[in-house]
Design a protein around this ligand. Structure first.
Ligand code: AFP
Length: 339
């Protein structure tokens, strides 16, 4: 097999470093370690149907949900892969209530790592795509010792890097460090991520909407009107198509590539919806904006929101700019011209 010219994830990261004058190489090391963790989690996800790894551990996570073994495997793997490089002062995971301090015997550094180790985990038993989401910030507290909660509660626009790994029909690692959004597909034969999606740009508008329509009767009226509008009008010959996996990483990966919109609104029962601001909304908003898209809570830009707590939830409308702008108009009750 000819491998000349292959752009692997490590090579891309190292070459990308040259675009950041004065870069110390620290972020590159972090991304390389995340790539390694992604491969380990991917291997375990692929074995999920075979090994005695499916099923509940019997314990609940901070949201009162049953935790599956694979979630904990991903959580532990990320911590083990990331805690020793001397890059981080603090970490936080969607699977743990409080911030995670680095072991005392490891050096601390200037970065902060936030992650959702295995998003969409209620889909594991059905062999449906799931994913890992991460974001990296610089610490804001002074000093070189352990970081604090304050470091983890920064608005999303301050992210240095964000990314996700989708474990689907193949495993794909997508990240942005502000210079474009790039996707790498894991070649299982030689265990390396290969550049497969360079400088991804989300279409300005799409023809796919993604939302849990089972909640229709709890939605705000503006959103109900929007959904009926895109279902009952023809756009270039047909109405919008509905696609909803129920794994945000999978739904957002499709949205990034094909365009359209993913929505998880607040509703009558949960005014802030379900999706977590720190672990899911912020990294996905950073990626989508860097690809030319838009992400709001229906009113305010997601990346401008200041998190108040680690596990807070936030309504989200994210995807192609044209689609998000349109749903916002409906949410504000503005008059929309008939198509
Ligand atoms: P799980 O990790 O509990 O499966 O939740 C996944 C998720 O946070 C997000 O990935 C999905 O888009 C969303 O929840 C699905 O929620 P609904 O089941 O309420 O549609």
């Amino acid at each position: 097999m000819a491998i000349r010219g292959f752009m692997t994830l490590p090579r891309h990261i190292v070459e990308g470093e040259k675009l950041h004058p004065g870069a110390t190489g620290e972020l590159s090391n972090i991304l390389l370690q995340l790539g390694l963790a992604a491969k380990l989690i991917s291997l375990e996800v692929n074995k999920a149907g075979l090994a005695d790894i499916l099923g509940f551990t019997g314990s609940e996570n901070v949201h009162g949900e049953q935790v599956k073994k694979l979630d904990m495997f991903a959580h532990d793997t990320l911590i083990k892969a990331m805690d020793h490089g001397g890059h981080f002062c603090v970490m936080a995971s969607e699977e743990e209530e409080d911030i995670i301090h680095l072991p005392a015997h490891h050096q601390t550094g200037k970065y902060v790592l936030l992650f959702d180790p295995l998003d969409g985990s209620s889909n594991i038993d059905a062999n449906i795509s799931i994913g890992t989401i991460f974001s990296i910030y610089k610490r804001i507290t002074p000093g070189t010792g352990p970081g604090s909660l304050e470091d983890c509660l920064q608005p999303g626009y301050k992210q240095e890097v964000a990314g996700y790994i989708v474990y689907g029909s193949s495993t794909i690692f997508v990240y942005t460090a502000s210079h474009g959004v790039h996707g790498f597909t894991l070649d299982p034969a030689f265990g390396e991520f290969i550049l497969s999606h360079e400088n991804i740009r989300i279409p300005k508008s799409g023809r796919i909407y993604s939302i849990n329509e089972g909640n229709y009767f709890s939605w705000p009226n503006g959103l109900k009107h929007y959904i009926k509008y895109i279902q009952s009008n023809y756009f270039e010959g047909k109405p919008y198509q509905a696609r909803y996996v129920g794994s945000m990483v999978a739904d957002l990966h499709r949205t990034l590539l094909y365009g359209g919109i993913y929505m998880y609104p607040g509703d009558r029962r949960n005014s802030k919806g379900k999706i977590r601001l720190v672990y899911e909304c912020n990294p996905m908003a950073f990626i989508i904006e860097n690809a030319g898209g838009r992400a709001t809570d229906g009113n305010e830009r997601i990346l401008d929101k200041k998190p108040e707590s680690l596990h807070e939830r936030c309504p989200i409308f994210i995807g192609s700019e044209g689609d998000v702008l349109l749903v916002e108009k409906f949410m504000r009750g503005e008059k929309i011209d008939k198509n």
